[in-house]
Design a protein around this ligand. Structure first.
Ligand SMILES: C[S@@+](CC[C@H](N)C(=O)[O-])C[C@H]1O[C@@H](n2cnc3c(N)ncnc32)[C@H](O)[C@@H]1O
Length: 226
């Protein structure tokens, strides 16, 4: 049954109210109109949205946006589409956009599954980042994990040939699932034997630095689209 009203999709997030700081609220008002693209089930004209033609990377579930802002600041000739469902995160990234004077970020506040299905055209992206997606570590919640065969197939169809998909996680069991799912997707080719070295453009988060000090692992996966 294809009618969305009857489809009950298992989502990879639970919408929480979440506290908005004054700074986030101000950033939403001040920068939202310029940098947030409202979700609509129709093709998004990316050249119009960014006012130029440039390589485009999708940042999925950017959280508070620190990594996205840092990556975008380091790559001014690339455009970044950030997708996140939580309002405080959107406010936080907008605050960084203002503070760092970034012009190469646009935000869609909506479930990335719908955004990929309806707004992003096949082959429109040069790459996608999924950094530390919610691990849903309880067995009965594993089905909520974003990285599953159908989602990866959809995501990869939106990335052009020669583009890449970069995932990172600090949850070993999810890393194993990621490696299995990506390796089984015929349109993807691993750039490493299994896990990859962290590419320089992905900044080490504070949380990650602490984890490394405590001996916890972080796994990066970098695959190319055939
Ligand atoms: C654990 S956080 C990681 C944040 C960030 N990438 C980082 O590395 O710090 C995962 C984020 O993904 C977002 N998320 C989960 N499922 C999503 C979906 N289907 N569409 C958009 N965002 C989603 C959540 O709201 C959450 O903020």
């Amino acid at each position: 049954m294809d009618n969305p009203h009857y489809m009950r999709r298992i989502r990879s997030f639970v919408l929480r109210q979440g506290h908005l700081s004054t700074g986030q609220e101000r950033a939403l008002t001040e920068f939202g109109p310029q940098f947030v693209i409202p979700y609509a089930p129709q093709t998004l004209d990316l050249d119009a949205a960014f006012g130029r033609a440039a390589p485009r990377i999708l940042e999925i579930g950017f959280g508070m946006g620190q990594a996205t802002a840092e990556i975008a600041a380091g790559a001014p000739d690339t455009d970044f589409i950030g997708c996140e469902v939580h309002t405080p995160g959107v406010g936080s990234l907008l605050k960084l956009v203002g503070e760092m004077n970034l012009d190469n970020i646009r935000i869609v506040q909506h479930d990335v599954v719908d955004v990929l299905e309806h707004m992003i055209q096949p082959g429109a992206l040069d790459g996608a980042h999924v950094f530390f997606p919610d691990p849903w570590h309880k067995k009965r919640h594993n089905k909520r994990r974003l990285i599953q065969p159908a989602f990866v197939k959809l995501l990869v169809s939106r990335i052009k040939q020669g583009g890449y998909l970069h995932l990172a996680t600090d949850w070993e069991d999810y890393a194993i699932q990621m490696l299995e799912v990506l390796s089984a997707e015929p349109a993807l080719q691993n750039t490493a034997t299994d896990y990859a070295e962290r590419p320089d453009y992905r900044p080490l988060t504070k949380f990650e630095q602490r984890g490394i000090r405590l001996g916890h692992g972080v796994w990066d996966l970098v695959f190319k689209v055939r």
